[in-house]
Each structure stands twice: as C-alpha cells, then as structure tokens.
Design a protein around this ligand. Structure first.
Ligand SMILES: NC(=O)c1ccc[n+]([C@@H]2O[C@H](COP(=O)([O-])OP(=O)(O)OC[C@H]3O[C@@H](n4cnc5c(N)ncnc54)[C@H](OP(=O)(O)O)[C@@H]3O)[C@@H](O)[C@H]2O)c1
Length: 251
C-alpha cells in the first residue's frame, strides 16, 4: 500500500481541465500520488507523458459504464488504503457527431439528453458511490464535482443549452444529496460543486467568440484558482456551489 502524502483521484484527466489538475497536483510536495482516470488510456497521449515522469498512475474508467467504475475502484483499493481528494472532471457539451447545445426547443434530442445526463450527472455520482469506502477511509476527504454556472436554475436568464444545463443541474442536486448523506458519521466526506469560469479547452472552443476580453481563462489559471478553493474548503462548505473566485452560486 502506498500511503504517504495526499492521494488524489482526478476523473476525466485525458485533456482540458482534468489533465491540468493532474499536472498541478503532480507538482505539489503535499501530494503523494495522483490516480488519473480516463476512458481510453491508449489514446490519452498527454496524460501518458505526464505519467512517465510524475507520481501519476493512469487508470481506465468510463463514467458511462458502471462496470468500468467498479473495476477501477477495485484496482485502486488494491493499491491504496484511501482517497483524500476526488475531482470529478469529465464533462460533455458537444461531440464530433453533431451533438451540440440546443438554441431552441425543437432541437431537443432525447439521445443527447441521455448522454449529457450519463456523463455530466450520473457518472460523477456513480464514481462517488463506488469510491466512497476509500473516501471514508481518509481523515478529511474532499470531493470536488466540476459543474458549470449554467447549471444554476436561479441564474438561468438566457435559456437554451437544455441538455447541458439540465444535466449540470442534476449533477448539482446529486452533489447536494451526497453531501448530506456522506456528511454523517465518524468520517464525514466534504462535497462541493465548482464552476471553473470559461476555460480555453475543446469544450468551450466553438463558443469562445462571445466571451468578453479577459474572461477566457487558460487551464493553468483556472485550475490554480479551483485548487485554492479546494485547499481552503471546510466541513461547513459541504453541499455548496462555488465559482472560480470563491463566490457562492445560488442553486
Ligand atoms: N471549458 C469550460 O469553459 C468549462 C466551463 C464550465 C464548466 N466546465 C466543466 O469542466 C469540466 C472539464 O471540461 P473541459 O473544458 O476540460 O472539457 P474537455 O477539454 O472537452 O474535456 C472533457 C473530458 O471529459 C472526458 N470524458 C467525456 N466523456 C467521458 C466518459 N464517458 N468517461 C470518462 N471521461 C469522459 C474527456 O475524455 P476523452 O478525452 O476520452 O474524450 C475529457 O477528458 C466539465 O465537467 C465541463 O462541463 C468547463
């Protein structure tokens, strides 16, 4: 068993914000090991490069496939006695087969709604379900679910983006319920939802034209900001939704 230093699991680490979380955690002296999961390690070249010269172990986990989450949790438990930090990062807004955010109701497609919910809401909750024993073995486990401001129902003034908004709102509710349940008992787990801001990744690329000057963050900046929030989180923050600058977002 490898136990010294913080043990972090970054779920959805093949690229974008998740890859940068793995990179920045790998550079910290208080972090012992980073388990970096992605659905296809054989094509995650940038993550493989990081694994070669950092305390990173790449793990296969597809959040749309519960059996793969169960296998990943078993493999992790065979090597580690606990997880101190879980960052659920995988997310889906558009894909190469034409799925994209709806502007109008007549663009609503059941299959796109299903996939958005599977990746953005159900997947992160199943990861917590199957890694909960490892989280509860930590003295102070934190789960950060990467959400999005557009998942706030109270903040929805523009409409559109039905599947993404609804799936992030569902993720937020699952986070809140898990925070209540896992907050009980001798080894409480702290769960928060985080909005990273608009970040320069494949996910935001088609929509960056309308982002005001200075509001598009590099992954380095966004992850640095989110790690400051995670580092300062207390038990009282569990079940809350924070933006990149530490301000609270209404549900
Ligand atoms: N970028 C932004 O402006 C922004 C704003 C608000 C919130 N967010 C949220 O931040 C998170 C990270 O987004 P990003 O910008 O880094 O996006 P990204 O660059 O498009 O990366 C998405 C990640 O999710 C993974 N993924 C997709 N489906 C998966 C599945 N079934 N199982 C496991 N992994 C899967 C992808 O893996 P593959 O490489 O295998 O496809 C990839 O690593 C998401 O939750 C997103 O909603 C982003």
């Amino acid at each position: 068993m490898e136990d010294s230093g913080l043990i972090a699991l970054v779920q959805g680490a093949s690229r974008g914000i998740g890859l940068e979380f793995a990179r920045q955690l790998a550079g910290r002296s208080d972090v012992g090991r980073i388990i970096a999961s992605c659905r296809d390690p054989s094509s995650a070249d940038m993550l493989r490069e990081l694994e070669a010269d950092a305390p990173v172990d790449v793990l296969a986990m597809d959040v749309e496939d519960e059996a793969s989450i169960v296998t990943a949790a078993r493999q992790t438990a065979a090597r580690f006695s606990r997880i101190d930090l879980l960052i659920n990062c995988a997310g889906l807004l558009h894909d190469s087969e034409g799925m994209g955010p709806e502007r109008r109701l007549d663009q609503l497609e059941p299959s796109n709604l299903h996939r958005s919910f599977a990746v953005n809401a159900i997947g992160p909750a199943l990861v917590v379900k199957h890694f909960r024993n490892l989280l509860q073995a930590s003295k102070r486990a934190v789960v950060a679910n990467i959400s999005a401001r557009v998942g706030s129902i109270a903040d929805n003034r523009l409409g559109g983006w039905y599947a993404y908004r609804a799936s992030k709102a569902a993720q937020n509710m699952l986070t809140r319920s898990m925070a209540i349940e896992l907050g009980r008992g001798a080894r409480p787990v702290t769960l928060i939802s985080l909005h990273p801001g608009t970040v320069d990744t494949d996910l935001s690329r088609p929509f960056q034209r309308n982002v005001p000057e200075g509001n598009l963050f590099s992954t380095e900046r966004a992850v640095g900001q989110l790690l400051s929030i995670i580092d300062g989180v207390t038990r009282e923050d569990s079940g809350r939704f924070f933006a990149w600058d530490g301000s609270e977002i209404p549900w």
